[in-house]
Every structure is written in C-alpha cells, then in structure tokens.
Design a protein around this ligand. Sequence first.
Ligand code: BGC
Length: 252
Amino acid sequence: MDTSKVLGVDVGGSGIKAAIIDTKTGELLSERLRVNTPKPSKPEAMATALQELVAMHQWKKGLVGVGFPAIVSQGVAHSAANIDDAWIGTSIEKVFGDAINCPIVALNDADAAGIAEMRFGVGKGKRGTVMLLTIGTGIGSALFTDGKLVSNSELGHIRMFGESAERYVSDSARKRDDLNWDEFGQRFNEYLLYVQRVFFPDLVILGGGISKKFDKYQQHFTAKFPVVPATFRNKAGAIGAAMYAKEIWEAK
Ligand code: BGC
C-alpha cells in the first residue's frame, strides 16, 4: 500500500469534505471537495455520500483517513451528539470501508485537526499541555501532552448551566441566539475559564470556520493561557486524518 498519498476525509454535521494529502508535507494534492451530510445522517446514507466523494476524487483502493464527529475508539463510534444515534456502536471503518472498497482508519474529527496543527501548524514544536478547540456545529477538542495525542477528550461536553458547553458556545449556538461578536466572545471566555479550572493548558488553539473571525472576539479572553487561531482552519481535519491513517496503517 502506497501511503505517501492518503485521501483525508472530514465528516461534519453539514458537509463531508475530502482531499488527497501528501503525507510527507501535509500539503493538499487535490482540491478539497464537498458533499452535503445526508439528513438524517444514518450510516448507510453517509456511506453513499462518501462513495460519491471518493468517485469525484477517482480514489481507488488507496488508504483513507476519516475524521468523524464522535468519540471514536478502535474505529467504532461511541457517541452521536450531532449525527444520527444509529452510529453509536457502529464501526465507521467497516461501514465506510465496505462501501468504498478501501482500507479506512477513523478517528475523532477534532483529534484529526489537532494532529495537523501540531505537525504542520501553530502547535508545531510546542511542549506541555496543548489543546485544540474546534468551534462549529458542536465544540470538538484535541488534547496533546508534549506533542502526543490523548484521544477522545470531548471538552465540548463539560457541563455549563446544566447542559453540554457546546449548547451554549458553539457556532450553532451563536447563530441560534443571534449573538454579536462581543456577546460570543464573552460566552466563549466563560467557557475558557471553565476549561482553566479543570486543566491548565500551556496553549489553546482555536479551530473551525469561526477562527477566521478571531480578531472580532479575542479581546474578551481573560484566561491565563495564550489562545491563538489555528493555521489550517477548515483543511486541518482532512490533513490530520490522512496523517493519522498513514501512521496507524504502517504500525499494523
Ligand atoms: C462531539 C465531538 C466532536 C465535536 C466536533 C461534539 O458534539 O461530541 O466528538 O469532535 O462535536 O464535531
């Protein structure tokens, strides 16, 4: 199996994106193509959507890395906050692998994005506890200690006001409650202060589409650790998924 190029897939609540990644440099060797996430997002429907994406890339039999928006352990989904409940207990690697006839390695989507940032982005060479938080439909987290991933950290689900924090501070919460950037910044700061109580990261990297607007809300942050925007934003998931797939495949 040639792992110098891997198809990196980023599964999200609204879209599934894929690009061919050069696993030496982390660079995109193709356009990042997208199909809509089917509604409801049941496994069979998602597998059909992935088939379409794989055909668009003319990807045949090569390794595929999938970042998936759930707890992922040994290729199996164990939660479903923003996707269909039918995924719980389902092997992402088997369902997707059977559909596209390619070997698949799956991991949590935020963990994938974190790997890209630590390898090639703003987290490169950073020691201590580094955390990537992706703000989108939900809040994803990736936790690193001296560059090593501690998988499935799920910090979007710490409790705030009796609910998962992501119900209060995600990008979908911002849109739902029609928050301006100041209001969003203040809410996100409350969240960061919660994080500070349980962890004391040396660095927090903010990812997801909203990291582009970082300068509009960062002035509200009062936590003691530095918070910086991600380097790759919406490409990080596909890059990190491909990198991870290569490593797991080669270690087999
Ligand atoms: C899920 C995480 C995921 C995050 C971002 C959360 O609701 O629980 O597993 O990483 O959304 O997609």
